[in-house]
Design a binder for this molecule. Sequence first.
Ligand SMILES: N[C@@H](CCC(=O)N[C@@H](CS)C(=O)NCC(=O)O)C(=O)O
Length: 219
Amino acid sequence: MRRRKRGENAVTDLILWGRANSINVQKVLWALVEVGAPFERRDAGMEFGVVDTPEYRKLNPNGRVPTLVDGDLALWESHAIIRYLAAKFGPASLYPEEIGARALVDRWMFWSMGTMHPVEFPLFFHTVRLPPAERDPAIAAKAFVETCERWALIDAHLAGRDFIEGDAFTLADIVLGCSAHRWRHIPGFERPDFPNMRAWYERLLKRPGYTAHVALPLS
Ligand SMILES: N[C@@H](CCC(=O)N[C@@H](CS)C(=O)NCC(=O)O)C(=O)O
């Protein structure tokens, strides 16, 4: 099968499986807007079910969302998906081809999954996602402190930069931008003022894909 190359303006048949309030689905939705690819989103996960059906498990044996289907390709793992979209559709600046510049973006994508996610997850679940009776304030408080340490690192890194890796918006901004909106709207905590992070967040709010799919009420 002929694969389209970056920048080619072909009609696509992209299908994105996943509920719209999943942070990992939101990364893909935002990336789809950035690359300008037409797509159809289908609800799956949590109250929508679907993920345990044999048909879905054939696409994604993890039974998680998101899953992107592009013709005969079924892809899971949100960061693999957004790299695929950037490589296929561009713009090149979203995921640079020069190996050093690309590695600088990659490090934040790994950092987001391996360092930020393990602490933002309990914070979000114990303040927003779980039914109130199941929330543990001690878990939320500990996770909040840990997220602050990580956002302090980002705030320092952003000094003198418009975006996470310099002047250009990249996939690193997408993965961390999704976390930033959640963190800035977690109820019940007084957040330190991180001025560089705040300015960057305000820059992200000018991007249509962010306001349409990420910068929404938390649920
Ligand atoms: N590392 C995976 C994580 C996938 C994942 O855990 N997705 C969550 C939503 S953010 C999920 O499927 N939760 C269960 C559900 O929605 O039913 C990715 O980035 O795609």
